[in-house]
Design a protein around this ligand. Structure first.
Ligand code: GLU
Length: 392
């Protein structure tokens, strides 16, 4: 065997902790251990029946062959329609590429846009894969720290000060993973003004746009003005809103030239997304939307319960998330690293949580409540017992 000298890009990145912990929890469960998993943000609902039926029909109709690398024309059109209707964004199908999930859409964009010398501004805490993708592309992630006191929002001034001549892209994620924070329309407008003034690109990761609470609203930064639209790329997917995590269907929308560049990369890497899965995605967009509302209501009930339970645990502090399905909990008073806390919790109590360090912040843990109410109640009993036994 030749000596294994891996490409240096591999050493630039770390494995995804969200995937690693979720896989570990699933493996422990498969071994018969009574695991409660608050790890991956993966809705526990089955994919709605009409979406599955459309994919089954596509299979039966022989939609099992290669398709265009950028996606089935009917899906690109359905996505363009959705973006116009839901988000007030005026795209045609030529502005849309279908990707292997939301993660892959961000990866394609970053590969097409970012190279050595480019800076990418990422508010922190951030979703685990943003900085790693930038590093894989040879770019430099510039992290903008936020605090619970500022509700994990960056301010326009903070953004302005972070921009340098090398800044090429801002990554915006609202509703946010891991904090559940949602920027108000006014805040989005104020950030858009800075993006326009500095003439940089912004990628808006809108994967949680449909999961909102307490009357929070989602405004896409691209809908603020024509100038904002020209600088915006939308990343989205079907995993969270339609409970289609394993289907791997996402999309990117933006200026045609940029989308074509992402398509060129995709043509040499994955080719098209699974053809019959794309027909499920069309049904998701064009079929009844009450499944989204029903799942949203369940997330809202779970949020209420998990928040109340979390606030009873000594040493835990947590703001009220306005979107997505995560609690981002401050455990700093316990005086233990987030990784150590999550490791011990899994060993002692079979409860899986994600350490804040995965999202760039120490002294925090993330709990996903996209799991059943029974698992939440049981998991929170064990979490409370763990903290009381270990830290009082
Ligand atoms: N996005 C989800 C999460 O943060 C799924 C895992 C991943 O892709 O990182 O848990």
């Amino acid at each position: 065997m030749p000596s294994l000298s891996l490409a240096s890009r591999v050493n630039r990145v770390t494995p995804s902790l969200t995937l690693a912990i979720a896989a570990k929890a699933k493996a422990m469960k498969a071994d018969g251990l009574p695991v409660c998993s608050f790890s991956a943000g993966e809705p526990d609902f089955d994919t709605p029946n009409h979406i599955k039926a459309a994919a089954k029909l596509a299979l039966d109709e022989g939609k099992t062959r290669y398709g265009p690398a950028a996606g089935e024309p009917a899906l690109r059109q359905a996505i363009a329609n959705k973006l116009r209707q839901d988000n007030n964004l005026c795209y045609g199908p030529e502005n849309v590429i279908v990707t292997n999930g939301g993660k892959h859409s961000l990866y394609g964009l970053i590969m097409a846009l970012i190279e050595a010398g480019d800076e990418v501004i990422i508010p922190s805490p951030y979703w685990v894969s943003y900085p790693e993708m930038v590093k894989l592309a040879g770019g430099t992630p510039v992290l903008l720290p936020t605090s619970p006191e500022q509700n994990y929002r960056i301010t326009p001034n903070q953004l302005r000060q972070a921009i340098t001549p090398k800044t090429k892209l801002l990554v915006l994620n609202s509703p946010s993973n891991p904090t559940g924070m949602v920027y108000s329309p006014e805040e989005i407008r104020a950030l858009a003004a800075v993006v326009i003034e500095a003439d940089i690109w912004v990628v808006s990761d809108e994967i949680y746009e449909k999961i909102l609470y307490d009357g929070a609203t989602h405004l896409s930064i691209g809908a603020v003005s024509a100038e904002a639209f020209d600088r915006t790329i939308i990343s989205n997917g079907f995993a969270k809103g339609y409970s289609m995590t394993g289907w791997r269907v996402g999309y990117l929308a933006g200026p045609q030239e940029l989308i074509q560049a992402v398509g060129t990369i995709q043509g040499h890497s994955t080719s098209n997304v699974c053809t019959f899965a794309q027909y499920g995605a069309i049904a998701a967009l064009e079929g009844p939307q009450d499944c989204v509302t029903t799942m949203g209501r369940a997330f809202a009930d779970r949020r209420q319960v998990i928040l109340e339970r979390c606030r009873q645990i000594p040493g835990f502090t947590c703001g009220t998330p306005e979107g997505a399905f995560y609690l981002y909990i401050d455990i700093e008073p316990l005086g233990i690293s987030s990784l150590e806390f999550c490791t011990q919790l899994l060993i002692d109590k079979y409860v899986a949580a994600i350490p804040g360090i995965a999202f760039g912040t120490e002294g925090k843990i993330r709990l996903s409540y996209a799991t059943s109410m029974e698992a939440i109640l049981e998991g929170m009993d064990r979490l409370e017992a763990f903290v009381k036994q270990r830290f009082s």
